[in-house]
Ligand binder design. Sequence first.
Ligand code: PMP
Length: 418
Amino acid sequence: MKPASSNKNFNFDQSLALFSRAAKVIPEGIYGHQNPAFVLPGNCPYFADSAHGAHFRDVDGNDYIDFLCGYGPVVVGHAHPEVEKAVSGLLSKGVCFNHPGEIMVRLAERLTGLISIADWSIFAKNGSDVTTYAVRVAREFTGRKKIIIASGAYHGAHAWCTAYPGGVLPEEAANVRPIRWNRLDDLEKCVAENSGEIAGIVLTPYHHPTYTAQEMPADGFWEGVREICDTEGIILILDDIRAGFRLSIHGSHEVYGICPDLVCYAKAMANGHPIAAAVGRQKFREAAEQVFFAGTFWFAPAPMAAALTTLNILETGNAIAEMERLGIRLKTGLEEIGTAQGFRVTLSGPPALPYMTFDDHPDLYHIQIFCREMIARGVFLHPHHNWFLCAAHTDADIDETLEKAEIAFRRVKEEVGT
Ligand code: PMP
């Protein structure tokens, strides 16, 4: 796909027309976090047409360097030939059977081989499926009700954890207690106030809330969490859905020195094909077996083939190192160009999953204008959600992004100052 030219006048006419049609027959037109209201209404594409490598095309024919990668699943590049070959090889043998295939056992063996704490693995389709499952396993194991999370963290769209009240009974979320990320004092207080009642703590490996800078774990944070869990008999559930396999083929807990009991994966596991997994230690297996877990489509073999191939590519190639290298180039480049234009900007989080903030403007207006200007020049950056590098990004993509960022920073300065 050819890169977008810097002076192309992007319009979103087809996106807007499709949205009008959609709004008549689909609640909200586009629901969930793909709703344009979460990005930049009127200034971003609403519908996609196709994607290859690190680029995608919208329904108006605009081409972009893709720094969202399907909100994370695309890790070795859109429509990766090896992954798609593995998938299409299986599709011709049938898509959905009465039984799982041999491949499910192979994938479980692969995950238990790759992930230090995994003695078993179970599969579903979405991240929310497995975070909810892990919470149930923790409740089953401990016989307790309450769950601790970090405030601002996203663990899915299910009733126990959604931030949106529509249709949710207060009692469905009543047993969830938020603490502040990195605050062991909060955690100690919360555990003391709910002594003997906490089943599990659900945390991401580092904090990646929307709208604000990402926060890395402070020294001693994870050790402290583990100690409290051990003392109080609380199950430590790591939600590695967003970062899993992008930072390490062995899971993000290896990067940050975390000792979780149960871990949830989805996104990058199968390069965009729908599959999620929960893995756990042997001692939780009996509880895991008591939790009824089922979905009509969950045993489909093709996404499992995509997962096996994606994991092989990540393990044998230099994809993970490349994403980090290019992410560091992007971070350094944007921070330098921003500074030269008079802004204080920070790219927080791991280089392969960065988020940019204008540090003097937490109201988001500056980042929105910046992303609007980048999108209009063919670089898709989300103003409110962390970005994703994939292994198909190239140095040329980063060069082009930085070149356009210089123009975009200038446009921000002209419009709203530094
Ligand atoms: N946990 C985390 C950390 C996530 O980023 C997400 C998805 N953004 C989920 C859970 C839920 O995954 P899904 O949207 O596939 O249900």
